[in-house]
Structures are given as structure tokens and as C-alpha cells.
Design a protein around this ligand. Structure first.
Ligand code: NDP
Length: 383
């Protein structure tokens, strides 16, 4: 039996992870489950999986959590420090599935335990890339990518030398607005943006997928996870989301990982690594799928990948600025405060105001993150 902590248990990745754990109950002991404010689901899951502790990040919700867990013997805690303390308890595997930079501190606390961290929370790595990868090297932790593209690349790189890599190609579905004109994009609504054609995901990543910031964040994520150099990372639009990414070697061989558009596949790969485990996912029926198609990304309609590449090139805390500005812009779009095409424009505007030095410690990242958020919010005020 192995121990598991799940940061972001009530989300989409949380649900997929717990679905796999539910099917293999005898293999796992759940240490900690966390959420932001969804007390009802957190308490229900903590009871079902007999977690040692349930943590609600919004401290104001702690009394409600205590009440919901009364008589269960499960410890309850609240607030951001409690989240970090729960992650620092250590588990054989910590699944980092909080959305946004809010997941950075607990993810780092899990890394400091020197065990396995299965990372879905890409914003954390984007914001603190060098600091996080240095902590992984220092502690001997194992960082396994859960993002389907990075999990695919991880699998395609296994047993190979990074020096032999010609290209790493991240595939992108192109999102729900792949074929939309500039004018259509300007009028896109939150309801349309969260309706992804292939994947069922949380609201923030769904919007990121529609703007292509998801691919931009993933480019920076890949830059840190697979140090082959930014110029060897490229993106291709593959609308069917069957090939999850590819690695081309200098001998001309290209290795790809294929699978259904179901996050349980990469999550299972990380949970069982270096072995394999059974999932309930339907086998891939390529004859039924018929065609796999590809096209170059259009950075005129979707500037996000260009901005992300520039941020990675600039290095230092620039990716943290990009991420923070995007988080604010996406939240504003979802709240109906700004239009869809304002998201990339806001991010570009915030980026143009900063040339932040490289963060030395986590506190530097949080400072840059807070400043960039304030600047992005300022852009929403009427002039
Ligand atoms: P969801 O929005 O579905 O879930 C987010 C989880 O994080 C919830 O448990 C939520 O709690 C918690 N949370 C939100 N804000 C905070 C906060 N401020 N402090 C602490 N906890 C918080 O997101 P997803 O599951 O879709 O995505 C999670 C991460 O995984 C993201 O980084 C995303 O980019 C990445 N990812 C997701 C994929 C997917 O298919 N969904 C695919 C690849 C990567 P509550 O429910 O209480 O709000």
C-alpha cells in the first residue's frame, strides 16, 4: 500500500485521480485531500477515502468543514498555511492538482519531502521554474508530469539521451475557437469558451485552451521539464487530440504517445510509474477515428504561444508575470468583465511593463506574482 496526498481533490484532475484510486482501494492510503472552498465535496471525499486530514484553503470555511467531518475522526484544517503543512506531511505520491499559482507553495512543500510529485498544476512550474527544478534536484524528489502532453513526452524520452533530440513537438487541439475569425473571437462568450471539443476540464484551463495560453504555459512547462533548449520545442495543432505529443530524434525516428482524450491515462501513468496500471478507458479505435490531421498554429489570431515563447526567452520572473496576468485576465473574462481577445492583449500589456530580475527564492516569485496581478487589475479600470 502506498500513501497519497491530493492537492485540489474537488477539481477535474482531482475527480479523475480519485476515480482511479477508487478502483484500486487496497493499493492506497489517503493522507490529505484539499480544496479551496467546496466544503461539501471535500468532506464527502475525505469520508469516502478515509483521509487522515482534509484541508480547506479558504480559512473562513473551516467551521463548516469541521461540522461536515464531525464524528468521522478525520482532522480538519483551514487556510493557506494549513495547505502547506498538509503537503509537508509527505506522501509516497502527491498529486498537485490545484489550479493556478495558488498551488505553488503546497507543491513546493511536497517537493521538499523528496518523494514523488505528480504535477498537473502547470502554473506553479511556469511561475517558479528554476526554483522548483532546483528543489527537485536538491531533494532527490521525482517530478512526474501529469499534463497529457508532458506525460507523453516523458514516455517518449524514456531510455533516450536528451542530446539526441531534434524536436519535441507539443500537440494542441486548437480549442473550441480553432476556426473562428478575429471578429468571432472578439464576441466569444465564457459559455462558448469553456466548452472544449475534446476534453472535459476545469473552467480556467478550458479558457486557456481557447486562447492557446494553455499551450503557451505548456511550452514553458516543457522548457523546464525537458531541458533540450527552447529552440527545439515546437507546437503543432492536431484537432483530434489523439497524439498527445512527439519526440523526434536525430536519426529521423519520431516517437509519439497516443491515447483517448481522458486524463485518467496520464494520471494512471504517473500513479503507477515506472509500472503500468489498468484504467477503464476504452481502447483506442484508430479505424473509427479515421484521420489524424495537423496544421501550423496561427499566432496572429492566437498570440498566446508567441507571448509565452518570448517570456521563456526573457527568463527570470517574466513567465511568472505572464502567468499572473493571464490568471487575472481569465478570471475577468469568466466574470464577464472583459472580452475574449482582451485576455492576450492584457497579458501583452502587463509583460511590456516589466523586466523583473530572476527570483532567488519563492518569496520573490510571490512578490512578482502579486505585482503583476495588481497591474493586470489596473488595466481593467476605466481610464
Ligand atoms: P478545477 O478548477 O477543476 O479544480 C481546481 C482545484 O483546485 C479544486 O480542487 C479547487 O477547489 C482547488 N483550488 C482552486 N483555487 C484554489 C486556491 N486558491 N487554493 C487552493 N485550492 C484551490 O481545475 P482542473 O482540475 O481542471 O485543473 C487543475 C490543474 O491541472 C490546473 O493547473 C490545470 O492547468 C491542470 N491540468 C488540468 C487538466 C484537466 O483535464 N482538467 C489537464 C492538464 C492539466 P474548489 O473546488 O474548492 O474550488
Amino acid at each position: 500500500m502506498r500513501t497519497l496526498t491530493l492537492l485540489g481533490a474537488t477539481g477535474s484532475i482531482g475527480a479523475s485521480t480519485l476515480d482511479l484510486v477508487r478502483r484500486n482501494r487496497d493499493d492506497w492510503h489517503v493522507v490529505a485531500l484539499t480544496a479551496h472552498s467546496n466544503v461539501a465535496d471535500l468532506a464527502r471525499l475525505a469520508r469516502e477515502f478515509r483521509a487522515d486530514i482534509a484541508v480547506i484553503a479558504d480559512a473562513a470555511m473551516l467551521p463548516a468543514l469541521r461540522e461536515a467531518l464531525a464524528g468521522s475522526g478525520i482532522a480538519a484544517a483551514g487556510g493557506e498555511d494549513a495547505l502547506v503543512e498538509a503537503a509537508a506531511r509527505g506522501a509516497d505520491v502527491t498529486v498537485a492538482a490545484i489550479v493556478g499559482c495558488a498551488g505553488l507553495a503546497p507543491t513546493m512543500a511536497a517537493i521538499e519531502c523528496g518523494r514523488t510529485v505528480a504535477l498537473a498544476n502547470k502554473e506553479a512550474l511556469v511561475s517558479a521554474g528554476e526554483i522548483m527544478t532546483a528543489a527537485v534536484a536538491r531533494t532527490g524528489a521525482t517530478l512526474l508530469p501529469v499534463d497529457s502532453e508532458h506525460n507523453a513526452i516523458f514516455q517518449c524520452l524514456a531510455g533516450n539521451d536528451h542530446g539526441d533530440v531534434r524536436w519535441i513537438t507539443l500537440t494542441a487541439s486548437g480549442g473550441p475557437f480553432r476556426d473562428w475569425s478575429h471578429d468571432q473571437l472578439a464576441a466569444a462568450t465564457p459559455a462558448q469558451a469553456v466548452k472544449h471539443p475534446n476534453w472535459d476540464m476545469g473552467a480556467k484551463i478550458s479558457v486557456d485552451s481557447a486562447t492557446m495560453f494553455n499551450k503557451g504555459l505548456e511550452l514553458i512547462e516543457a522548457f523546464h521539464l525537458f531541458p533540450v533548449g527552447l529552440d527545439r520545442l515546437r507546437i503543432i495543432v492536431h484537432p483530434q487530440s489523439i497524439i498527445h505529443s512527439m519526440v523526434e530524434y536525430r536519426d529521423g525516428s519520431t516517437l509519439a504517445q497516443l491515447g483517448p482524450s481522458d486524463m485518467r491515462v496520464p494520471i494512471a501513468s504517473a500513479l503507477a510509474w515506472p509500472q503500468r496500471m489498468q484504467t477503464p478507458c476504452a481502447p483506442l479505435d484508430l479505424a473509427a477515428i479515421g484521420e489524424l490531421t495537423f496544421r501550423a498554429p496561427d499566432e496572429d489570431r492566437f498570440p498566446a504561444t508567441r507571448l509565452a515563447r518570448q517570456a521563456a526567452q526573457a527568463g527570470g520572473a517574466t513567465p511568472a508575470v505572464l502567468n499572473a496576468a493571464n490568471e487575472i485576465a481569465v478570471a475577468a473574462f469568466l466574470a464577464g468583465q472583459v472580452g475574449f481577445t482582451r485576455i492576450a492583449a492584457m497579458v501583452e500589456d502587463v509583460l511590456s511593463r516589466y523586466a523583473p530580475p530572476a527570483p532567488a527564492v519563492l518569496a520573490d516569485v510571490f512578490a512578482v506574482d502579486a505585482e503583476a496581478r495588481a497591474t493586470a487589475r489596473g488595466l481593467m479600470q476605466p481610464a
